[in-house]
Structures are given as C-alpha cells and as structure tokens.
Write a protein that binds this ligand. Structure first.
Ligand SMILES: [Zn+2]
Ligand SMILES: [Zn+2]
Length: 183
C-alpha cells in the first residue's frame, strides 16, 4: 500500500514543507519560510552596504597620485635609482682606492729617481744619455699619475637585466560590463 509522502520542510525537517522558495527551490514550513526571507533580507542589506561603500569611493575626489599603479612606478623609480647610486658609490670608492695605491707606488719610483738624479749631480757623473733617461722616466711617472693605465671603467655586458624595464600594459579583453539583468 502506497504511503502518501508528505514533503517535509527543508529546514526543520519536521513540519510539512508547504511554501516553496522560487529562488532556491527549497520547501519550507511557514515559520522556516519567514526565517528564510529574513535571512535573504539580511544578505540584501549586506549588498546594499557594499554598494554604498563603492558609491562613496567613486564619488570621492580622485587622489590620482596615490593610485597603487602610480606608487608601483614610483617604487620602481626609487629602487632603480638606489641601485645606480649604490653601484656608483661602490665603483667610486674602488677607483679612489686604486688611485691612492697607484700614487703610493709612483711615490716609491719617484723617490728612487730623485736619489739617482741627486747622486748624478753631486758626483758630476752624467751625460746626455742620463739626462734623456731621466726626462723619459719623469714623463712616464707623470703620465701614470694621471692615467691609471691598468684600470678601466666599462659596461658589464654579462648582466643585461640588472635594472629591468617596466611597461604599462592594458589587457586586450575588456572588463566584463556589469549587466543590469532582470530575472
Ligand atoms: Zn520548518
Ligand atoms: Zn530560497
């Protein structure tokens, strides 16, 4: 014998589900249906709240300079400049040190030359060959003092991506428009 199956309320599973919600297709007893409506009403309140917040954002006078994208560019600028400054400072320090080292070396050579010339003069022990040699040595010392011929500053081509370029790119597929669809 077939038993008449009563549809129970989805919520309480006790009372008969006599009222159907079209939105979720659940069947409720009248009391649970009221609760269900209240719940939906609260959710709507939340949506209205979010909506109002967004409305305020849109109506605020635009502070373009604080936009995250602009801050991102500014950060890139700052970080890149910092990198350049740090490296330039380091190379500067290195070259200053090398110039100092070079000067010390030249000073040694210069002292030796001074003594040689002084001895040659006091003992009248020189001729044109000595004079030419000393002129050449003096010129070499002077050149080396300025040129630092064994040190070079050059571009490091091994490291092309040290500062990476940034670009502004817009995605080709447009943001989906908000449809004002009616159910
Ligand atoms: Zn119920
Ligand atoms: Zn429902």
């Amino acid at each position: 014998m077939a038993t008449a199956s009563i549809v129970r309320c989805t919520k309480c599973a006790k009372n008969a589900g006599t009222v159907a919600c079209e939105g979720c297709s659940a069947k409720f007893c009248p009391r649970c249906f009221n609760n269900h409506r209240q719940h939906l009403s609260k959710e709507l309140d939340n949506i209205v709240y979010e909506h109002d917040i967004l409305k305020q954002e849109l109506e605020k006078p635009s502070e373009d300079e604080t936009h995250p994208l602009l801050r991102q560019i500014d950060n890139w600028r700052k970080e890149s400049i910092d990198k350049i400054n740090q490296l330039a400072d380091r190379c500067h320090t290195d070259v200053v040190k090398l110039i100092g080292d070079n000067k010390n070396q030249l000073a040694d050579a210069f002292r030796k030359l001074t003594n040689t010339i002084r001895d040659g003069r006091s003992e009248e022990d020189y001729d044109e060959r000595h004079l030419n040699m000393w002129i050449t040595q003096l010129k070499e010392l002077k050149d080396n003092l300025i040129k630092l011929s064994n040190v070079h500053v050059e571009v490091d081509k091994q490291q092309p991506s040290w500062i990476q370029k940034i670009i502004v790119r817009k995605d080709s597929h447009q943001q989906k428009e908000v449809k004002d669809s009616k159910l």
